[in-house]
Design a protein around this ligand. Structure first.
Ligand SMILES: [Mg+2]
Length: 320
């Protein structure tokens, strides 16, 4: 690996956000000074670790970078925030060539542009495995919280559920051949490879939703977090869950996976779940918020039966 300074000389022009409103001291000093304060600041950080969150054998480095960036952006979407800027810490194994590094940083630059979240600073260091830590800054006049769901609210989803889990399964089994080449699985491979945080849905929900969370670890698990924060239980309608599983049926059959299980427990979809009095445009209804009378706070029911979140453990859960 070339020196850190040589690397920075190459990649900084790639990442340069150009003139940016509120960027008072740009990258190149000991720290940047940034005042994107048209509204309260929303801050979040996410780390993606090789062989924990991703495996290098599945994707080129620009795709890995794009997924890491999208995961961080999804938390801004879940707060109803508009992205303003990002700091990226990149830990690189010494074995990476200049070309590896260029591909990685090109992926970061592309993701920053795509999600309107310029990289204003960061850090590069060596490490035994690739680690990408993305700190995102956004603003919102009205943050969407996990804690405002009311009994009677409609539970609703923007984006697909379970598709990324099928995609991961296709990649894991593809090493030996069959499933990965199946063209019918391409939409699911794409969902896993190229997640789309629901920024527009988050902005739309901002004035109307009572609570929100993004689905990163699994629908039931993340919904349980929302229910607990709101002091309620949530009942999913089994027929609506099956409707969400309907687009998965061909892929689920090809992979021998239960589509309903993928919807309820698959991770890394980066869908947005909100609760609101009314069904919001672009959202799909999936259940109802209930008072926590008959079940403990935080319980998620499928129909009338409690269903446990399965603590989707990203890559390793399925790779083992
Ligand atoms: Mg989140």
């Amino acid at each position: 690996m070339a020196s850190e300074f040589a690397l920075l000389d190459r990649v900084l022009p790639l990442l340069d956000p150009g003139p940016l409103a509120g960027l008072l001291v740009p990258n190149g000093d000991d720290a940047v000074v940034f005042a994107p304060t048209d509204a309260p600041l929303v801050l979040s950080v996410d780390s993606q670790v090789e062989d924990v969150h991703f495996a290098r054998k599945f994707f080129p480095l620009d795709v890995i970078a794009g997924r890491a960036f999208a995961a961080a952006i999804s938390d801004l979407a879940a707060m109803g925030a508009t992205p303003k800027g990002a700091l990226v810490a990149v830990h690189l194994p010494a074995s990476y060539t200049d070309s590896d590094q260029d591909v990685l940083f090109a992926g970061l630059a592309r993701a920053a542009k795509r999600w309107g979240c310029p990289i204003v600073g960061g850090n590069v260091s060596r490490a035994p495995t690739l680690v990408l830590t993305t700190t995102v800054l956004g603003t919102t006049p009205r943050p969407l919280r996990r804690s405002g769901a009311h009994p009677g609210d409609c539970v609703q989803v923007a984006g697909t559920l379970g598709a990324a889990a099928l995609g991961l399964a296709a990649f894991l089994r593809g090493a030996e051949g069959e499933a990965n080449r199946d063209a019918a699985l391409e939409p699911f491979r794409r969902a896993f490879r190229d997640p789309e945080p629901k920024l527009a849905a988050g902005l739309l929900a901002r004035g109307q939703a009572t609570a929100a969370i993004d689905v990163s670890d699994g629908f039931v698990q993340d919904l349980g977090h929302l229910a607990k924060a709101s002091g309620v239980t949530i009942a999913l309608d089994p027929s609506l869950v099956d409707a969400l599983a309907f687009p998965l049926r061909a892929g689920a059959a090809a992979l021998g996976i239960d589509g309903r299980h993928a919807v309820l427990h698959g991770g890394e979809d980066y869908a947005l779940v909100v609760t609101a009095r009314e069904l919001l445009p672009g959202f799909f209804p999936v259940g109802t918020v209930l008072a926590a009378d008959n079940f403990p706070v935080g319980t998620v029911l499928l129909g009338e039966v409690p269903v446990e979140g399965q603590g989707y453990d990203h890559l390793l859960a399925t790779a083992r």
